[in-house]
Design a protein around this ligand. Structure first.
Ligand code: DGL
Length: 285
C-alpha cells in the first residue's frame, strides 16, 4: 500500500472507464453504463476469487480495493467507478484522500452510494426509506450519513443481508432454497419500520435477486436498484468535467478481467451483463 509518487508508472494516454466490484455485482452497474453511454470503452474487474467483501474487515477491503484500482490505472484507466457499495463505504474516502494524491492526483475514483442517496428524496412519500446491504455497508452507516446530508427529514432503516452476495456468487439466485434467506431481512426491515415505502438495494449484487426480492416485498414499496442512478450521475459528472471526458477512449468496447478462473466467470457474467463475455484472468496482491 506504500506506493508513492514516481514509484508507480502510469500510462498517460486516454483509456477506458474502469469498473470495479468484488465479483459479479458491478456488472449490473456496467450494464446501465453501457446502455446510457455506449460510445465509451469499459474495463471491468471482478475480484471473484476474494468475494465476498461484505463480511471482511475495513483494512482488508481497503487493501483489496486499492490493489484493484491501481491495476486498472496501470492498464490505462484515468477514471474508476467502485461499482461496489462495500468498497465505496469502506475504501473510497481513504483512496480519495490518502492514496490518489501521492500516486496521481489527476485520476479519479467515484463510488455508488452518493448517487443512490441523491435519488431517494424524490421517491419516498412516507419519508421512511429502507436500505438492504452487506453487513460491512450497514455497519459503516454510510447511507444514513449521505441521506442525512441531502434529506435530513428522511428516516433510514438498514438491515444487513449476509447471505445474499454468497447466493449470487454461487449462482443460486433462482433456486427455491434461496427464498427463505431473501425473505428474512425484508420482513425484518418492514417489521422495524412498517411505514417504509422505498427500499434501496444497497449492494450491486442484489439486482440479480430482484425477481425474488420483488416477490417478498409488498407492491406498495418501491425497490431502488442503483445502476440507473449511477449511470446518470456519471454522465452528468463527465459533462461537468470535460478534462476527464477527454481522457476516455470511445470505441464502444467492453472488456472483463477476473481473479477467478475465466471459465467459471464468463457464463454467469454474460448472463448478468446481457452480452457474451470472454474475460482475462489476472492476479491481484
Ligand atoms: N457488490 C458488492 C456491494 O455492492 C458486494 C460486496 C461483497 O462482496 O460482499 O456491496
Amino acid at each position: 500500500m506504500g506506493e508513492g509518487k514516481g514509484q508507480v508508472k502510469l500510462p498517460e494516454a486516454a483509456g477506458p472507464i474502469g469498473v470495479f466490484d468484488s465479483g459479479y455485482g458491478g456488472l449490473t452497474v456496467l450494464r446501465e453504463l453501457v446502455a446510457l453511454m455506449p460510445h465509451y470503452d469499459y474495463l471491468y474487474l471482478g475480484d471473484n476469487a476474494r468475494a465476498p467483501y461484505g463480511t471482511r474487515s475495513f483494512e482488508l477491503v481497503c487493501q483489496f480495493t486499492w490493489q484493484a484500482v491501481l491495476r486498472l490505472f496501470q492498464m490505462g484507466c484515468h477514471l474508476v467507478i467502485l461499482a461496489c457499495n462495500t468498497a465505496s463505504a469502506k475504501a473510497l474516502r481513504t483512496i480519495q484522500q490518502q492514496r490518489l494524491p501521492s500516486v496521481d492526483p489527476e485520476r479519479r475514483v467515484l463510488g455508488v452510494i452518493r448517487p443512490t442517496a441523491e435519488c431517494v428524496g424524490e421517491i419516498t412519500k412516507s419519508r421512511s426509506v429502507g436500505v438492504l446491504a452487506t453487513p460491512g455497508t450497514v455497519r459503516s452507516r454510510t447511507y444514513e450519513l449521505e441521506i442525512a446530508k441531502l434529506s435530513p427529514d428522511i428516516k433510514v432503516t438498514s438491515v444487513a443481508c449476509p447471505l445474499w452476495v454468497p447466493l449470487v456468487e454461487a449462482g443460486e439466485q433462482e433456486s427455491e432454497g434461496a427464498d427463505y434467506f431473501v425473505r428474512k431481512p425484508i420482513d425484518e426491515l418492514l417489521q422495524e419500520a412498517p411505514e417504509t415505502d422505498a427500499i434501496i438495494l444497497g449492494c450491486t449484487h442484489y439486482p440479480l435477486l430482484l425477481p425474488k426480492i420483488r416477490r417478498h416485498t409488498p407492491q406498495s414499496v418501491t425497490l431502488i436498484p442503483q445502476g440507473r442512478y449511477v449511470a446518470e450521475s456519471l454522465r452528468s459528472y463527465l459533462l461537468r468535467h470535460p478534462e476527464m471526458d477527454a481522457k476516455l477512449t470511445r470505441n464502444s468496447t467492453v472488456s472483463c478481467l477476473t481473479t477467478e478462473r475465466t471459465d467459471f466467470f464468463d457464463p454467469s457474467a454474460a448472463l448478468f451483463l446481457g452480452q457474451p463475455v470472454s474475460s482475462r484472468h489476472i492476479s491481484l496482491g
